[in-house]
Design a protein. Structure first.
Length: 70
């Protein structure tokens, strides 16, 4: 039987999660903006962890680079 995985999400424009809202490596998404966020573990201290975002522009650029590099 298939299982549904639900990420933390928001449909509020420009809403971004904070490090206090996500565990290291946890994903969240903004369905209005089409962005996916992940809390990136840097050196083991919460104060240095950051939230990174991936949006369609970043995906398009990565695909274009992959095609260009062959």
């Amino acid at each position: 039987m298939a299982q549904t995985v639900k990420l933390k999400r928001s449909n509020t424009a420009d809403a971004e999660p904070t490090t206090s809202q996500l565990a290291s490596g946890e994903l969240a998404m903004n369905t209005r903006d089409g962005k996916i966020y992940m809390r990136k573990y840097i050196d083991g201290t919460d104060g240095n962890d950051t939230i990174i975002a991936v949006d369609q522009t970043a995906i398009d650029e990565a695909v274009a680079m992959a095609i260009a590099l062959g």
